[in-house]
Design a protein around this ligand. Structure first.
Ligand SMILES: NC(=O)c1ccc[n+]([C@@H]2O[C@H](COP(=O)([O-])OP(=O)(O)OC[C@H]3O[C@@H](n4cnc5c(N)ncnc54)[C@H](OP(=O)(O)O)[C@@H]3O)[C@@H](O)[C@H]2O)c1
Length: 263
């Protein structure tokens, strides 16, 4: 029974920003749990295709690359039309692509605020809106489709150096509950994962030298005393998107080793 509870068998999934970091960890998890197709997106096509090939090889399912820039609504429309042309329905949408720019209030530029909000909030909202029809097509009471937003611990703590990023993630978390209620009757369940510090390209500068004093200090501060890794992210995403997590709705899962508690 437990094995089936965590199965992603026959599911068709779309993950934005799947060429590296958290999106690629989630893609691997879905495929290893039996998903039949996992679409991943990113701007850099070579890297994306390489990741899709790598993940297809390690599973019975297929990882498919769709390249494109999601920082504009034109990019969102292009992705929607490509996925529409390939599939009649999807079971899972993970809104993961995001950027984290340094934006202290005294020096923050309007462009940095716009860039952050465009990719981290506007695109996920309108991508989700455009895919609601595809998400509800195969969804049932027992096996609803799922939308996941990737938020951040930055939504729960006060970090003035990343003001725009924090605000963008807080918007996502508030949106999670609003959207959850709005699409309940379409058998779509909407939740968010709020990661703490994870190994990825976004955080590379912080962890690439494991002997750096700043990295050691960070590990000391995180109550779990380590960064999150591929298994931490894959495990929670698979749980949320399989039968196991079908009763979560409008929930924020803080996946941060207790980091938010220290602020
Ligand atoms: N790592 C952490 O500790 C951490 C903690 C909390 C939250 N998060 C969140 O996790 C999500 C993933 O970040 P990550 O840490 O995994 O970073 P990452 O390794 O840099 O991955 C980001 C992914 O998004 C894609 N992407 C970036 N800009 C894009 C755009 N304009 N259009 C389409 N795709 C784009 C990247 O590919 P291209 O560059 O080729 O487009 C890549 O596939 C983000 O929303 C981030 O805020 C991360």
């Amino acid at each position: 029974m437990i094995k089936n509870l965590y199965s992603m068998k026959n599911k068709i999934c779309l993950i934005t920003g799947g060429s590296s970091g958290l999106g690629s960890y989630i893609a691997r998890g879905f495929l290893e749990a039996g998903a039949s197709k996992v679409y991943i997106t990113a701007r850099s096509e070579d890297k994306l295709i390489k990741k899709a090939d790598e993940l297809t090889k390690i599973s019975d399912g297929e990882c498919i690359a769709i390249s494109g820039d999601l920082s504009t609504l034109d990019g969102v429309k292009k992705l929607v039309s490509e996925i529409n042309a390939k599939e009649r329905y999807i079971d899972v949408l993970v809104n993961n692509a995001g950027i984290g720019l340094g934006t202290p209030i005294k020096t923050m530029k309007v462009e940095d605020w716009d860039k952050t909000m465009d990719l981290n909030t506007k695109s996920p909202i309108f991508l989700t809106q455009a895919l609601l029809g595809m998400l509800s097509k195969n969804a049932t009471l027992e096996e609803p489709s799922r939308v996941i937003f990737i938020s951040s611990v930055a939504a729960s703590i006060v970090v003035p150096s990343v003001l725009a990023y924090s605000a963008s993630k807080k918007v996502l978390e508030h949106l999670t509950a609003q959207l959850a209620l709005a699409v309940s009757d379409d058998f779509i369940r909407v939740n968010a994962i709020a990661p703490g510090r994870f190994y990825s390209e976004m955080t590379r500068r912080a962890w690439q030298d494991p002997n750096a004093e700043s990295f050691k200090a960070e590990l000391k501060k995180i109550p779990a005393h380590r960064y999150g890794d591929e298994n931490d992210m894959a495990g929670v995403a698979v749980m949320l998107c399989s039968r196991a997590g079908a009763y979560f709705h409008g929930e924020i899962l803080n996946l941060d080793g207790g980091y938010r508690l220290t602020f």
